[in-house]
Design a protein around this ligand. Sequence first.
Ligand code: AMP
Ligand code: MG
Length: 315
Amino acid sequence: MQTTLTDSIEIATEFLLAGEVVAFPTETVYGLGANVFDEMAIRKIFLAKGRPSDNPLIAHIGKLEDLQLLASEVTPAAEKFIARFFPGPLTLVLPKQPTISSLATARLNTIGIRMPRHPVAQSLLQTCGVPLVAPSANLSGKPSPTTWQAVQSDLDGRIACILRGEQAEVGLESTVVDCSGSVPVLLRAGAITLEQLQEIVPITRLAQWNASEPTRSPGLKYKHYSPQARVEITVDPRTNQSSTESAFIGLHQPSATADFKRVKVCQTIEEYAQSLFQFFRECDALGIEVIYCEAVSETGLGLALMDRIKRAAHG
Ligand code: AMP
Ligand code: MG
């Protein structure tokens, strides 16, 4: 299959309404979209990514009215989060409408819903006129793509179209909160932080990954975000003795004696989050064996950043 590269919302929309899958920019990472009402198109997402069928997709909406097409109930906590954080990098899990294909939701009776704030994503959703299910536009198991070039390197020849945009602003996948019960549960940390959620609904809690909640967020059991290189978490980069085939990313300059092949010192935690997946991909292209990631405090955006780094380090 020939993959069309385009900057045109209209061309991307034509592909989507013809039942094809299209990669598009969002503020979190690039998504791989299909019409939520087209089961054949949804099937193509799983095929193109090599995604296990028990990993549910997030539905993206362009307008709040479309919530009713997807969710059978919008709980009071969800209402509050929507009023404060939509559009933005937040996914709410709600009871699903029976009309939604169980392929999209991996046979769960809930559906993840997000309204992206990225202008290109918004304009695409509005032009299509239907919600789009869209997981990250990478091959399953690879780091999520934050540039269209990363999408191209994973999916060229496997998807109909890539709608090009800038580098993703956040760089980490959306925050996922299960709002289907009476107490909201944070399933995946992201740029909308636990602290921000608790300001709106104080009883919001972190998911406990114990025997009682094994399948709350099915996708999280898979190896994620992993470069080819081994990832090591370091508390103080100054104490690191690196080998020649290693790289470093963090907030402080690493030891002057260390001989890193590539070093990325970020000015802020936001920049660290935005750069992480792209850095992983660059290191893989250079054949680097070990990537040292500086540990940060697990508060605010740091919770999401450390979650992705730990998954990359420990699988
Ligand atoms: P991705 O779009 O590739 O970042 O993956 C979407 C992730 O969102 C899944 O792997 C799940 O962890 C989570 N998710 C999506 N839908 C649901 C749902 N209905 N219930 C719980 N978690 C969900
Ligand atoms: Mg993904």
